[in-house]
Design a protein around this ligand. Structure first.
Ligand code: GMT
Length: 376
C-alpha cells in the first residue's frame, strides 16, 4: 500500500507514535510518505520512507502564516503525485480536517482516510470553544477513526455528542528496541547514581498537564526516607518553574535535568521507578516504554492509564495530586527490591502481550483494509 502520514514532527507522543508506525509499515514493505512542517524527530532512513515538507510562504497580506492552506495543498499534491491509497491523519485538527479538504480537491481516485485521536486534540484543543466545531466536524467526517484508549474513545463520544463507535487501537512500542540494557553496556550510569542510591525517572514534555511540580513534592518526601536521585528527561513550558521548585527545596544535588533525549532506553535501564503524575493522559506512551524496560510505573489513575498500568502488578495508581499517597507508593517500591523486580518483569510481559508493535501494527493494517474496502 502507499500510505501518507500527516503528523506533528516535534517531541510528543502523537508524533512519536506516528513515526514508529510509519517505520514498521515501511519494514512490512509498504511505501510511507510523511507530510509535516519538519522532519519527524525520530524518523530514521528507510528505503520505503519519504518525507514531504510543508512550506508556508510569508506574504504581507496575511498577518499569520497560512500554514493550514499550505498543508491542504501539500497533502493534495502528494496524494496525486505519489498515487497514495490511504492517508493516516494523527490529530483531529488541523490534520484530519486538512486531509478531508485535500481529498475533496483530488478527483478520480478513491483514497482512504483514517484519523487517530491522541488525547490532547480532544481534551485540550478540541474542547476549547475556538476549535470545538471544527474538531467535531473533522471527527464526524473522517471515514476511519481510532482512539488510543477506550477511555479517549468514550470521552470523545461524550464531549462531541457522537453516536458512531470509535475503535480503540492502543499505543505500542517495539519490545526488541525497548528492553532493559545490561549495566555494563550503560556507560553513563555512574554519573546519575551511586550504588546505594535509588533512581526515579520522569520523561515528558513538561507541559502543565504533566504536573511535574507534584513530582518534585513527592520526590522531596521520598528522598527523606530513601537515598534517591531524580532524573528529569524532556523539556517544555514548565521546566523553569520546576527548576525553581527544586532550588526552593534545596534539591539541586539530587535532581538532574537532562533535557530532551532521543534515546531513553539507557536511561530507563538504570531507573528503579518511573513516575507520571499527569492530570490528563489519553494513554501515556512513556509508561509502556518504561514497562518494556522492566521499570515499575507509579502513575495517576486518569484517562487511559488504568488500561495500561495494573495497580499492584506492574506498578501503582494514585489519585491526581495525592502527594501523600504517591509518596507512600513510591517508597514502597524503592524500599522493596523484590517487589520492584517482580513489577518490572510483569510490566514487560504486559507490554509484550498487549502493547508491542508486533501486536498493534497489524491492527492498523487491518483497519486500513477495512476503510479502503468501504465507501469513503
Ligand atoms: O502527552 C503529551 O503532552 C503529548 C501528546 C501529544 O499530543 O502528542 O501525547 C498524547 O498522545 C500520546 C500518543 O498517543 C499519548 O500516549 C498521550 O497520553 C497523549 N497525551 C495526553 O493525553 C496528555
Amino acid at each position: 500500500m502507499k500510505i501518507g502520514i500527516v503528523c506533528f514532527p516535534s517531541y510528543g507522543g502523537s508524533g512519536v507514535l506516528a513515526t514508529e508506525l510509519g517505520w514498521h509499515l515501511a519494514n512490512l514493505g509498504h511505501q510511507v510518505h510523511f507530510i509535516s512542517y519538519d522532519q519527524p524527530f525520530r524518523l530514521k532512513f528507510h528505503e520505503n520512507i519519504f518525507y514531504h515538507p510543508v512550506n508556508t510562504p510569508h506574504y504581507d497580506l496575511f498577518p499569520f502564516p497560512p500554514y493550514y492552506l499550505a498543508l491542504v495543498n501539500k497533502i493534495a499534491q502528494v496524494v496525486e503525485e505519489e498515487e497514495l491509497d490511504l492517508i493516516h491523519a494523527h490529530y483531529a485538527v488541523p490534520h484530519a480536517l486538512a486531509c478531508q479538504q485535500a481529498l475533496a480537491m483530488v478527483v478520480g481516485k478513491e483514497v482512504g482516510l483514517v484519523t487517530t485521536l491522541h488525547g490532547t486534540d480532544i481534551t485540550l484543543v478540541g474542547n476549547n470553544e475556538s476549535f470545538f466545531r471544527t474538531t467535531r466536524y473533522a471527527i464526524i467526517n473522517s471515514p476511519g477513526l481510532t482512539a488510543v484508549s477506550r477511555d479517549l474513545a468514550k470521552l470523545t463520544r461524550e464531549v462531541f455528542n457522537i453516536e458512531r463507535p470509535i475503535p480503540c487501537i492502543h499505543n505500542f512500542v517495539d519490545t526488541r528496541e525497548y528492553q532493559r540494557m545490561k549495566p555494563e553496556n550503560i556507560p553513563c550510569r555512574l554519573r546519575y547514581r551511586s550504588k546505594e542510591e535509588k533512581l526515579i525517572i520522569h520523561i515528558s514534555n513538561f507541559r502543565g498537564v504533566k504536573r511535574v511540580e507534584d513530582l518534585i513534592e513527592v520526590f522531596d518526601r521520598v528522598q527523606k526516607k530513601v537515598l534517591a536521585r531524580l532524573l528529569l528527561v524532556g523539556d517544555g513550558p514548565t521546566r523553569d518553574s520546576v527548576a525553581a521548585r527544586v532550588r526552593e527545596k534545596g534539591l539541586e544535588n539530587r535532581v538532574v535535568f537532562l533535557g530532551a533525549q532521543d534515546n531513553v532506553v539507557p536511561l530507563l535501564s538504570i531507573a528503579d521507578l518511573l513516575i507520571l503524575p499527569s492530570e490528563k493522559e489519553a494513554f501515556g506512551l512513556v509508561n509502556i516504554e518504561a514497562m518494556a524496560c522492566e521499570v515499575p510505573v507509579l502513575a495517576t489513575e486518569v484517562g487511559g492509564i488504568p488500561e495500561v498500568v495494573v495497580h499492584g502488578e506492574t506498578g501503582f495508581l494514585a489519585p491526581v495530586g495525592d502527594i501523600k499517597k504517591m509518596t507512600e507508593l513510591a517508597t514502597q517500591i524503592l524500599e522493596n527490591p523484590d517487589l520492584q523486580k517482580k513489577m518490572g518483569l510483569a510490566g514487560r510481559q504486559r507490554v509484550i502481550d498487549n502493547f508491542s508493535s508486533d501486536r498493534i501494527v497489524p491492527l492498523y493494517l487491518d483497519y486500513y483494509q477495512e476503510i479502503k474496502g468501504g465507501k469513503n
